[in-house]
Design a protein around this ligand. Structure first.
Ligand code: SAH
Length: 435
């Protein structure tokens, strides 16, 4: 029967709901009779939804398919600013459960025809009288279309308790509207061949119900004093990683900062010395860092809107100038101990300083994540993987030494690892532990 339609009818039903979601942007959505969770698996990509819930009486079916709702690795690696929580319940739509109240959208795709007519009454009271969502989308077979379905005798599915004509569906829908203060519009998917559209209607008929008044005004037990009923069993719940979670925001930011500081360091060294990490001339002082930052800030005021690549090059040239000047008149040397006190004293550590102002203005993602330069500073303070200058205005990136012993210390500190492997698998595991 399905090949009659392109795309297949079940997909057209889900597309109808998805189009509605795109247009109306509901925050809380529940799919009643979610079955194999196929609609939920599509809806989870619409990140304006903050709470996505599925309910089905068949817990085994839900359990078999629920893992397809888990976040993907990209959700952890590139978390969105949007929040999403998914919950799946085993329960009957004829039973009330307080966790299903206050939703923006309830979908019932090919569900009601699986209920006895007595249970349809219970369903109506639970959904329209108790849950009282803003919108309810109900789809069900249109029996007038059945003669056009090749080889069909009886109902379209062995578990169907009834299949309604358009008049029967509309009669039930209008009664519900009257009783629970909703209005309804009728539509459908799966068009009949030309010439028969009017006489048979759509293969699947759809009613879109909109609540007329605030939920306090409905005429059944639905006010705030309604009893808190928990009749459903929670089968699955997951919170998607979100940048609104401060821990996740910090981790992503640190990862970006480490990546960019390393990149800028390498670039600066290549452009200014023609050498790589082992350049012996690159040791510079906190004074140098300050000089560098001052030069950079002046420069930034002048070149606020410069393109990132050109600006970075320019800034790094200024930085180089400031560093050289400071080195010439050097009266103090920075040792790594100034930055990380548990390092061996007396050992000179070499580093390149990358001012936060450069990071913030040159790396769009860092700008977006932090919002402002002072926020960036605030978020990085206290992050053990990021070494800040004494006044917290720059990130200090250690330069790899030629001396073997130093190399060993560097590795022991864990800093090199953190800097160079900022997108490590370990981080992903940490995030998972936090959600
Ligand atoms: N909505 C899904 C599945 C439709 S099949 C889709 O569009 O693909 C109907 C589903 O309703 C089945 O998964 C069945 O287990 C479920 N169901 C039947 N009676 C129910 C009840 N009383 N409460 C909740 N779910 C019910």
């Amino acid at each position: 029967m399905e090949p009659m339609f392109s795309p297949p009818l079940h997909r057209q039903r889900h597309h109808y709901v998805i189009d509605f979601v795109k247009r109306n942007k509901p925050l809380k959505v529940v799919d009643l009779g979610c079955g194999e969770c196929s609609l939920l698996k599509k809806l989870k990509f619409h990140r304006e939804i903050e709470l996505l819930v599925g309910v089905d009486i068949n817990g085994a079916k839900v359990k078999k398919h629920m893992h397809g709702l888990a976040p993907l690795s990209t959700d952890y690696l590139q978390p969105s600013f949007d929040q999403l929580r998914i919950e799946l319940y085993q329960g009957s739509v004829t039973q009330k459960d307080v966790r299903l109240r206050g939703f923006d959208l309830v979908t019932c795709v090919e569900l009601i025809e699986h209920l006895t007519l007595v249970d349809v009454e219970g369903f109506s009271e639970v959904v329209f009288g108790y849950m009282t969502p803003v919108t309810v989308i109900v789809s069900t077979p249109n029996s007038e279309f059945n003669p056009l379905l090749p080889g069909l005798t009886g109902f379209r599915h062995s578990d169907h308790k009834f299949e309604w004509t358009r008049a029967e569906f509309q009669s039930w829908a209008l009664k519900v509207c009257l009783e629970y203060s909703y209005e309804v519009e009728f539509t459908g998917v799966g068009e009949a061949p030309t010439g028969q559209k009017q006489s048979v209607g759509y293969c699947t008929q759809i009613g879109v119900f909109q609540r007329l008044r605030g939920r306090d005004s409905c005429n059944v037990l639905c006010g705030d004093d309604a009893e808190d009923v928990f009749s459903y069993t929670l089968l699955y719940t997951v919170n998607y990683p979100s940048l609104r979670d401060n821990n996740i925001l910090r981790r992503v930011l640190v990862s970006e900062v480490l990546y960019w500081t390393e990149k800028l360091k390498t670039r600066w060294m290549e452009e200014n010395t023609g050498e790589r990490d082992d350049a012996s001339t690159l040791c510079h002082t906190e004074g140098g860092v300050e000089g560098c930052l001052r030069a950079l800030e002046r420069c930034m005021e002048m070149e606020e809107t410069a393109a990132c690549g050109a600006e970075r090059k320019h800034l790094m040239e200024h930085c180089g100038g400031a560093v050289s000047e400071a080195q010439e008149g050097q009266d103090e040397e920075v040792s790594w101990t100034n930055i990380q006190e548990n390092q061996e004293s007396c050992k000179l550590r070499r580093c390149v300083s990358v001012p936060l102002a450069v990071l913030w203005s040159c790396c769009p993602k860092i700008g977006t994540l932090s919002g402002s330069l002072s926020n960036l500073r605030h978020l990085l303070m206290g992050e053990p993987e990021v070494k800040l200058s004494q006044d917290s205005s720059a990130v200090l990136v250690q330069v790899q030494d030629l001396v073997e012993e130093d190399q060993a210390d560097w590795e022991d500190s864990g800093y090199a690892e953190a800097s160079l492997c900022s997108h490590s698998a370990e981080q992903e595991e940490d995030w998972e532990a936090n959600v």
